[in-house]
Design a protein around this ligand. Structure first.
Ligand SMILES: NC(=O)c1ccc[n+]([C@@H]2O[C@H](COP(=O)([O-])OP(=O)(O)OC[C@H]3O[C@@H](n4cnc5c(N)ncnc54)[C@H](OP(=O)(O)O)[C@@H]3O)[C@@H](O)[C@H]2O)c1
Length: 292
């Protein structure tokens, strides 16, 4: 049984890691309010890692408020870059594997081609910049690490697009949803299962970036339509949806239009047929949310 230390236990992915890692090792789960669980206290974080001496560290904690990051840059950078750098250095010293999560927002969103792990990054908002700095710190540390780039995370636990659509779909007359940003909705359960499996079964000796997304692509608009179609299957009446361009829906932080992540590397590392189309996971999570 591996000794595992998890940061960010209460986030969407952290919550699902409590399930996926629950039976596989001697696991310590820390949230922001637990002792040494706050990533902004880098000394405490480092001391805790060295005291626990884990074989695997999962970092599911992050400053994920994309728009707020524009005006709270110091806090976002501390959590997404400086704390990650400290984790990577501690992991290197202990010979531990660091499992870290990053984002499609490290790319500028140009073009239509899915981004591969080796494509040049060029973030267009501060959240993306801080996550890119976290990736760079891990790569430079040379520790054993998975940097899992994922996108459009949703799940049963926490705030996310799917839960917002379920709420608004029942209550608003008409909804406008952005249709020119293209990517793959990724369920937190899928992220937890795949990252756990790879951490335990696929040994690596250096930092590696892997795109962790299901197959297929869609827009936020089509994702909303899919959610509403599934809600109708449950006998729920939903309202009309209108497609908007990103220009018609301005936000403090710019979003990349092309968020497609090429998942061929992931598919080659996982057992055959284990990575399915995004709709497979979204239906499953929606059923679970509606059953609550
Ligand atoms: N959400 C997405 O759409 C998305 C897309 C691409 C990549 N990712 C990446 O995937 C990973 C997991 O994301 P997620 O969706 O699970 O995020 P999430 O639900 O927002 O969870 C992030 C967790 O980090 C915690 N956190 C924030 N600041 C902290 C601090 N100073 N110390 C300790 N914990 C802190 C949050 O705690 P509080 O609840 O107390 O704030 C929250 O529990 C992140 O690395 C994220 O960048 C997410």
């Amino acid at each position: 049984m591996s000794k595992i230390l998890v940061f960010g236990k209460n986030g969407q992915v952290g919550w699902e890691l409590q399930r996926s890692l629950g039976l596989v090792g001697d696991v310590v789960f820390l949230g922001r309010n637990d002792q040494d669980g706050d990533l902004s206290d880098i000394n405490a974080l480092t001391a805790r890692i060295k005291a626990e001496k884990p074989e695997i560290i999962f970092n599911a904690a992050a400053y994920t408020a994309v728009d707020a990051a524009e005006s709270h840059q110091k806090s976002a950078y501390l959590v997404n870059a400086e704390a990650v750098s400290a984790m990577a250095m501690a992991a290197k010293e202990l010979g531990a594997l660091l499992v870290h999560f990053s984002t499609d927002y490290v790319f500028n969103g140009e073009g239509q081609k899915p981004w591969t792990e080796s494509d040049r990054i060029a973030p267009i908002n501060f959240y993306g910049l801080s996550k890119a700095a976290g990736e760079k710190a891990i790569l430079e540390s040379g520790c054993k690490a998975y940097i899992f780039r994922t996108s459009w995370v949703y799940g049963v636990h926490g705030k996310n697009f799917m839960k917002t659509m379920i709420r608004l779909g029942k209550s608003r007359e008409e909804l406008g949803i952005v249709s020119d940003q293209i990517g793959a909705p990724t369920s937190a359960e899928f992220i937890a299962d795949v990252s756990t499996w790879l951490a335990l079964h696929h040994k690596i000796e250096r930092p590696e970036i892997v795109n962790l997304v299901p197959s297929g692509e869609t827009s936020w608009y089509e994702f909303a339509c899919d959610i509403f179609a599934n809600m109708e299957d449950h006998g729920l009446m939903v309202k009309k949806v209108k497609a908007l361009s990103s220009a018609e829906y301005p936000t403090p932080a710019r979003r990349p239009l092309n968020s497609r992540l090429d998942n061929s590397k992931l598919i080659s590392m996982m057992p055959p047929n284990s990575i399915k189309d995004w709709r497979h996971y979204s239906k499953r999570v929606l059923n679970e949310i509606l059953a609550l």
